[in-house]
Structures are given as structure tokens and as C-alpha cells.
Design a protein around this ligand. Sequence first.
Ligand code: AMP
Length: 490
Amino acid sequence: MTLTHPFFDADGDKLREECGIFGVIGVNDASAMTALGLHALQHRGQEAAGITSFDGREFYSRRGTGHVAENFSSSEAIRELPGHMAAGHVRYSTTGGAGLRNVQPLYADLASGGFAVAHNGNISNAIRLRQDLVRKGAIFQSTSDTEVIIHLVATSRYPTLLDRFVDALRLVEGAYSLICMTPEGMIACRDPLGIRPLVMGKIGDGFIFASETVALDVVGAEFLRQVEPGELVQVDFEGNVFSHRPFGQISARPCIFEHVYFSRPDSIFDRRSVYSVRKEIGAQLAIESPAEVDLVVPVPDSGVPAAIGYSQRSGIPFELGIIRSHYVGRTFIQPSDSQRHSGVKRKHNANRALVEGKKLVLIDDSIVRGTTSLKIVEMMREAGAKEVHMRIASPPTMHSCFYGVDTPERSKLLAAQMDVEAMRVFIKADSLAFVSIDGLYRAVGETGRNNTCPQYCDACFTGDYPTSLTDLADRESPPAQLPFPVNRVA
Ligand code: AMP
């Protein structure tokens, strides 16, 4: 994740990002396997990709902007990354400006030897920590919050690397799933609340860590378990596995938006099939907000499982009334509004022969700025649909995420500006409804949201942030000692 303070942002990077991470130890061709794993995680980040490997003596690194295939499909690229251990990273951002210096894994030579780290998540006190470190003389190479962790490890006074690492993490607030490489092996960990995902698998004598189980499937590994919230797993070159719980027992708050949108539907997140959860959200929507229509139409691809659930529960036929071109990337990531608008058109087309004269209920996973919904509703009307109703498989997205899911600032979130009726008018639908927060919790297998002890991080829907947001607070009322104003952290 990248810091967006102007002081740190000299190369114009303005990134807010989701990421995917993958690491493997104890196999031949570790970097080839990492490239394959990153491929399966490409939906988590399309802006840049990097792999670092270790051959028992040296670390090797290759990082580039663009997709995994653009950077790692040649055998020369893989040959540059020898060794039995490798870790990789894919990064996602909305606004471009990808400084190569921020592409992960980040690497540093510490007193204990080489240290490479791949990070998914966002540290919510990174600017504050960085200012302290800079004041003490640290020289940063990137604008990434991940580098803060490296500096904290480097400057910790504890004797062992593991202790220094834990010491560093104790100062960090926010969300982090990390895969680190040292000359002794691999360390994988999740923040105490387990906000971002991380799973562990086995392949032959080797071990794998990845953001999602789908990456294990793709490389043919066996899914062992998730890395537990607050757990730190260490694997050495003899294949010994050590589990540490340095933060004690804290109630976990995994990100519910992984279920709603971010994870691939063929992944298992937080012990549940993402696909089944999405279908169940659709079923909850059908119960809460029925529509008298002829067809249930998903907004591809993100609305498909929820639409199947809506159709099965309501008994209304499921049909593909919108066809998606698979040669256009995610519309959401286009930097400007006009590009986003034309992106929606290039990506989706009405199946006119099907929808003409029909009453439709469209199902999508979320409304962020409203661009997609507005265009899709218009498209259905232009194709002759008689009525166009919209159902959304998440509650209104009213708050920004400070934990590594890319959401725009609050002022750009449609639901932060309007109530549901005003949103309906904005997107020009005949009716609009969102699943309730309790409906969403029911879909993930709970009886509802436990308001005194919420089971997930749902801050984007509720504004209930499970950690302090130091950098945000500093931005809103800068402490007197700051030498410069704090602008914004994603
Ligand atoms: P918008 O057009 O701005 O309302 O964005 C809504 C669409 O973007 C939905 O169809 C989602 O599938 C997708 N989406 C929602 N959240 C994200 C996110 N954090 N990153 C990328 N795409 C998203």
C-alpha cells in the first residue's frame, strides 16, 4: 500500500490498492510456481507484479508494471529467479502512477541478512511511524507503507530476527497479511484481527502461503488451513513449521468485502466457500427485497453467483441479459470518469433478443460511484426492457476502506451522498434495494451482526473501524509537532 502524503509522494504515486501475495518454500522451480500462483491472484492486482527468490546464498528479484503474464511468462524471466524459495506480489490501484520502487516484494539487507517482504493490506498509522523513523535518520526508498515494517525490523533492539519482527508488528496498526523471506526460511503472518486473508498449503515437501486458496488449486497444492488471525508461521529449509501467537487471543474481524466482491468465487475464505456465500446473499436479497419481474439478470461477472441465489430462492428464471467481453479489464480501475464510462460500454452489452419487452431485476455485488449501475440500467432500457429493477448484494458502501480494499474517498461514494431513493433516481431504476447488514451476516453463516462484538470488518458498510486510524486522525487534526500538514492516507 502506498502512502499518499505529498512529502512521501514525490514521484506522483497516488495509489490505493488491493494486493495478492504468494510464497513457496522447499520446492524446485519456486519462482515458476510463484508466477503460476500470482496468475491465479491476478484479479487482486493488475497494475504491477514482482517475484523475489532465494537460492541458499543470494536473493534475486524481478519486478515490473503490468500483468503477471507480461512479466513472468518467459523462461528467461524465471531463470533469473533461481532457488527453492520465492515470494511474489500483485498490486492493484485505481489511479496509475506506478513507481517501480513501490512494486513488491520489497527487499533490504539487514544486519541479520537479506529480508524480502510481500504485503497485502494497509497500515493505518504508517505516516506517523514513518515520520518518527525519518526523524531518527531512516532513509526510505519507496513511498510504500510496507517499507515502514522493514525499517522497524531493522531498528528493533531485540536479538533474533523473529523477535525484531514481532517487535515491529506491535507498533503497526491496520491490516497486514505478510510473506517474508530471510536466509533462514519463510515467515507468514496475519494481523491480530485477520482483516486480510492468508492461507497455507502443502506441495510435496514444500509449503505455500497465498492470499486465496485458488492459488493453491492452480499449482496443485493441498489446502492445509488458513493462517489464523494474529498467527505468525515460520517454515525453515528442513521443512519444520513453527506457529507463534505473539498478540494473544483477540476476536477476529476478517474483511467481509472479500466475500462480497474481492476473492474469487472458487476460493475458500474464512472457512466458507465464497461462491456459496455469494449465492446465499442473493437468496437473502430475494427474501428481503422481492421483485415482480420476468427475469433475474446478473451484472457479469461479479453479480453472477448472487443472481443465481436470487433466482433459485424467488423461482424467477435466471438469464444472461448482459454479455460481458472478456477482453476488457475491470472498469473500476480506469483512472478518469470518462474512461470508466466508456469502459462500462466496451465491457458489457445487452442481450437485446432476450430482454426486449421484459421486466428485469438486475443483480450486482455493490454500488461504489454508481457508474456501472447507471450505464447498465440505461443499456437495458435502450434494449427495450419494460422495467428495470436493481438489487445489490451488499449494504450501501458508505465509508472508505483504510485496510487495503480500494474504495474512493467518501465524497465519491454514491451511498455516502444519497439515500436509497435518491440513488434509485440517480441510476434511473424502477426500484433499488440493498441486502441488509444482518442479511449479509446471515449469508456468511451468522444469525446476524452482533453489534457489540461484530464478527467481521464491515467498516465500508457501517463505519465501525476495528482499529485506530492514526493517520486519518492526524490528517483531520494534525498534531502540533508535525513539520508538515498530513494530507490523506488511502
Ligand atoms: P461503480 O461503477 O463505481 O459503482 O462500481 C461498482 C462496480 O465496481 C461493481 O460492479 C463492483 O463489481 C465493482 N467494485 C466494487 N468495489 C470494488 C473495488 N474495491 N475494486 C474494484 N472493483 C470494485
